[in-house]
Ligand binder design. Structure first.
Ligand code: ADP
Ligand code: MG
Length: 370
């Protein structure tokens, strides 16, 4: 291992034994990560991204096995450890302390019957053998650092009382509590709104810099990788199809799969007559993929036809309120204006996009028409 290198994965192969025989989930993976460096692993669902990270954490499902290769890790004491053959007891010391993981769905990793604060405090009490008071104080500081509001209140809250973005912030606080050297984030923003996603990405990036953590950021979204990582590794069906620095891969992707991933993102300033898919690039009969753009004139003509008739649905000044009563002795009535004076028309053959962050009233508006 080179000086300053944190992780060195060499020819990693992972297989599962299933009823239908062996599944080779990861094949010949090579990955190197320096201290404080960030790499994005990109690939469609089922390409082996999560299995790779679970192998690093020693958390492979019981029917999965590392069949070949090695995972070298340099710990805080500068000793090099072979994670591919580490015992569970040694992993327990590493997890949360040296290597932490954030998952896509925080509810799968937060315990629903313990308060958020207690769950974070416990990690520090276990690894650093500190008192509850000291752990509580540090948890409140961490909550503050991940920009949670009303930290004392959140400490006492149960996971279900928090929004998706807040739960993910608690997870991040828990992951960084013991200042790990390596943070693995497995699709940490996939379940969140775009606006919340942006703030979480910014938070992860700034914490990574501040703590000088190595980061493996897993996603199926190339756009997200460009924001957080310096290097990219592209996986497809268990194999690495391309690896390099972010700029090179975006400017000149070499593999048809990567070219497809980049080309599939719908363009903002043009209207292709159909959207590209990865299969356009990976199928055998692919000549040069050509899709014509719809011109302004063609669009104007189509709109003229579309809007010539009467609307199919015409919504005028629609409001929906939810009234709820809380308390038995002195009930307090609260009114939520879920939809507030909304008007729009929908024409035959038209597609109307309803956009807005979580809780803004999209679904409430939609179910009015069912
Ligand atoms: P990704 O995270 O890229 O979506 P995964 O790493 O979860 O993909 O899965 C990679 C492959 O491993 C998939 O083909 C999946 O079906 C297979 N796999 C994952 N877990 C198991 C398991 N417990 N048993 C059998 N196959 C599995
Ligand atoms: Mg996954």
């Amino acid at each position: 291992m080179l000086d300053g290198q944190l992780l060195h994965i060499d020819r990693l192969n992972i297989s599962f034994s299933t009823e239908n025989g062996m599944v080779h989930a990861v094949q010949d993976l090579q990955l190197q990560l320096m201290k404080g460096e960030s790499i994005g692993i990109v690939g469609e669902s089922g390409s082996g991204k999560s299995i790779t990270s679970l192998a690093i954490m020693g958390l492979l499902p019981s029917n999965g096995k590392i069949t070949e290769g090695s995972i070298l890790y340099r710990n805080k004491q500068q000793q090099i450890q072979q994670l591919a053959s580490l015992k569970e007891q040694q992993f327990q010391h590493l997890r949360g302390n040296e290597i932490s993981m954030i998952f896509q769905e925080p509810m799968t990793s937060l315990n629903p019957v313990h308060t958020c604060g207690m769950q974070v405090a416990e990690v520090m009490m276990w690894h650093e053998k500190i008192s509850f008071d000291a752990a509580r104080k540090r948890t409140l500081q961490l909550f503050d650092q991940v920009m949670l509001p009303r930290v004392e209140e959140i400490f006492k809250s149960y996971p279900h009382q928090l929004s998706g973005g807040q739960k993910q912030r608690v997870m991040i606080a828990m992951a960084i509590a013991c200042k790990p050297q390596l943070l693995i984030a497995d699709e940490p923003t996939t379940a969140l709104d775009v606006t919340v996603q942006k703030t979480i990405l910014e938070l992860l990036k700034s914490l990574q810099k501040e703590y000088q953590m190595g980061m493996i950021f897993i996603t199926h979204d190339l756009g997200v990788v460009a924001q957080v990582a310096q290097k990219i590794l592209v996986m497809y069906k268990g194999k690495t199809v391309e690896q390099g620095n972010v700029k090179d891969i975006f400017n000149a992707p070499q593999h048809p799969y990567t070219q497809g991933l980049i080309a599939c993102k719908p363009p903002m300033h043009e209207r292709p007559s159909r959207l590209l898919t990865v299969a356009d690039f990976t199928s055998d009969q692919q000549a040069k993929v050509q899709v014509e753009n719809i011109s302004h004139q063609q669009r104007a003509q189509a709109h003229q036809q579309l809007y010539a008739g009467k609307p199919l649905l015409s919504v005028q000044d629609l409001s929906t309120v939810f009234v709820s009563k809380k308390g038995l002795i002195k009930p307090v009535t609260t009114t939520v204006h879920a939809v507030d004076h909304v008007s729009f028309d929908v024409f035959k053959g038209e597609t109307l996009g309803l956009v807005g962050e979580s809780g803004c009233g999209k679904s409430t508006l939609g179910v009015r028409f069912l």
